[in-house]
Design a protein around this ligand. Structure first.
Ligand code: FAD
Ligand code: NAD
Length: 530
């Protein structure tokens, strides 16, 4: 009975230890177990968050994929609603399709390819880092989930008649039925047909060069690359012929050309050197650029970083060098001193940017007074094509002061879908004003209509530029406050990967791309020629 008060009175640790050794050890034990208990609970909490977070995201992913595979029944097309025809299934048109509210409109899609292609990772497909199937999303995976049925025609639009509001569409695929050309009407037309590869009329480019824009371009490059290497291994080739066949030339030092050269370098170092030990050392990569440096849109230190990385990777850079002519086995270039030179090649990848498609040029020619920008369709701040009524142009098909990028196209598509919702809202309000029972109700609706008519012009938000430069390094120019932050290296590559994964349109594509990256890391790239 006395011990307890004594202990309490003792107060100090030492006093306790002397007074009751057993109690002291107990206290020590308690105090030593108390600390780990605290950190254990923190650790347990972290573990629980990670565990439930993981379970939650896996469950969400499975649910999203289940939902994707089981579309709900849709409303039928409504003849009383206006029809929007969307041309194309690229960045601009697809982001428009995703965002458009089909309860207000009938929507028809016309595109010669029945899928969306995630272009930023296309250079990875040229060497088999990623499978092209992982980057495509069928249009119907999107349209089948809209509230109202959306018609999809795998066809090319060959003519627009703005007077009659009529389009001519043509089945340009291999298999054709009895009907391969047709006319379809529109109330509103959204032109998102992108651009085509610029050749500047240089002789031989179309015939001998490989472009890098579409799925089949990446497949052709891959096949031709492997063909060059296998042909170089054929018995009896002269040393000059082996050197030519193993010389891969890229024309254009914009992001497409740089990313392709980078992917090719990785393929050479990671895979070809193992499977073609006798030839790999002879494979050369050359990049030809007309301007004084590559990647003119990036900041100076990133340009320098890219050029020095290419030097380390033995990628020859020929800047201030303009290709003048392309032959079957060599290109003619104009050197900085004005002299002409010949460069033999096995594979030629042509990446010199964009020019307007024939349909765009044809449409522009109908309004020569207002359509005079060669790059594409001139539009106002609301993306309405200058000239005709009710035609809108988005993405690379339009000529704005923005660069022709996926970021711009996607933001424009989303914006235009919002504009259409506001237009539908205006029509509803106009009808309600006509039917208003009292002057007060009418005035209220009129105020709402005035608000609905105040449609803000399109404004682009730049989220930064990224580019892969090989050897697991990327560069990034990211907006930060009034300026921007430039970064390059392996950490930027991790950021590059996560940015592209999060930008992929569906969980399905995300899963496929991550699997491809894992497959490449574990098994290496496939070298068989398709
Ligand atoms: P596209 O995406 O080209 O789509 C055009 C659509 O129109 C296609 O579906 C086509 O089949 C269809 N079409 C063509 N002709 C007709 C016709 N007559 N009738 C009907 N439909 C037609 N931008 C970035 O911001 N970041 C990047 O990392 C990036 N990487 C890129 C990598 C590569 C290899 C390439 C080539 C481009 C890259 N870009 C990138 C640019 C970006 O891909 C384009 O700016 C973007 O695709 C433009 O979108 P769009 O919808 O206007 O055209
Ligand atoms: P680009 O227009 O950006 O670059 C083409 C390059 O080719 C130019 O630098 C030009 O000087 C050069 N060139 C033109 N004619 C030539 C000739 N005869 N000889 C030698 N060089 C010549 O084209 P791109 O790289 O295909 O890009 C097109 C668009 O897509 C751009 O807006 C680009 O920003 C975007 N893109 C972005 C990314 C990315 O962000 N990672 C990747 C690819 C494309």
């Amino acid at each position: 009975m006395q011990a307890a008060p004594r202990l309490i009175r003792a107060g100090s640790r030492f006093g306790v230890r002397h007074a009751r050794p057993m109690m002291a050890s107990q206290i020590r034990l308690n105090s030593t177990t108390a600390a780990p208990k605290k950190s254990f609970s923190k650790w347990a909490m972290t573990k629980a968050i990670v565990k439930y977070g993981l379970v939650g995201s896996v469950a969400y992913g499975i649910y999203a994929m289940y939902e994707q595979r089981h579309p709900e029944p849709q409303q039928e097309l409504d003849p009383s609603k206006k029809t929007i025809v969307v041309l194309g299934s690229g960045w601009a048109s697809t982001s428009f399709l995703k965002a458009i509210d089909t309860t207000h409109y009938n929507v028809v899609v016309v595109s010669p390819r029945n899928y969306f292609l995630f272009t930023p990772l296309l250079p990875s497909c040229t060497v088999g880092t990623i499978d092209v199937r992982s980057l495509v999303e069928p249009v119907r995976f999107i349209t089948r989930h809209k509230a109202r049925e959306v018609k999809v025609y795998e066809a090319e639009c060959t003519n627009v008649d703005p007077e009659r509001k009529m389009l001519t569409i043509k089945d340009s695929s291999e298999v054709k039925g009895a009907s391969a050309e047709s006319e379809i009407p529109y109330d509103y037309l959204v032109v998102g047909i992108g651009a085509q590869n610029a050749t500047f009329g240089i002789k031989g480019v179309e015939e001998y060069g490989c472009f890098l824009k579409e799925v089949w371009d990446a497949q052709k490059i891959r096949s031709k690359l492997m063909d060059c290497i296998e042909t170089a291994a054929f018995p009896g080739q002269s040393p000059e012929e082996v050197d030519r066949l193993l010389h891969m030339v890229v024309v254009g030092g914009g992001p497409t050309g740089v990313e392709y050269a980078a992917e090719l370098h990785d393929f050479l170092v990671d895979d070809l050197s193992s499977w073609y030990p006798e030839l790999a050392g002879k494979i050369k990569i050359t990049l030809v650029e007309a301007l004084p440096n590559v990647l003119p849109a990036f900041s100076k230190q990133l340009i320098d970083y890219t050029e020095s990385t290419f030097k380390e990777q033995n990628i020859s850079l020929h800047t201030k060098t303009m290709v003048k002519e392309v032959h079957e086995k060599d290109i003619v270039v104009k050197r900085p001193d004005g002299s002409l030179d010949t460069i033999p090649y096995g594979l030629l990848v042509w990446a010199t940017g964009n020019t307007a498609r024939p349909l765009v040029r044809n449409l522009m020619a109908k309004y020569p007074e207002v359509q005079n920008i060669r790059r594409g369709l001139a539009v106002d701040d609301w993306l309405r094509m200058k000239g005709p009524e009710d035609i809108f142009a988005l993405g690379d098909a339009s000529a704005t002061h923005y660069a022709p990028t996926a970021q711009v196209a996607a933001q424009q598509g989303k914006y235009l879908a919002r504009v259409f919702s506001m237009l539908a809202n205006q029509e509803v309000l106009e009808q309600e004003i006509k039917e208003a029972a009292t002057p007060e109700e009418r005035a209220k609706k009129e105020r709402k209509l005035a608000k609905a008519k105040d449609i803000k012009p399109f404004e682009y938000t730049h989220q930064g530029s990224l580019c892969y430069i090989g050897s697991d390094k990327a560069i990034a120019d990211l907006p930060f406050g009034p300026g921007n932050v430039a970064s390059g290296g392996v950490a930027t590559y991790a950021f590059w990967r996560s940015a592209y994964i999060s930008n992929l349109f569906s969980s399905r594509n995300r899963t496929l791309v991550i699997t491809d990256w894992l497959k490449k890391t574990i098994l290496g790239r496939d070298i068989s020629r398709e």
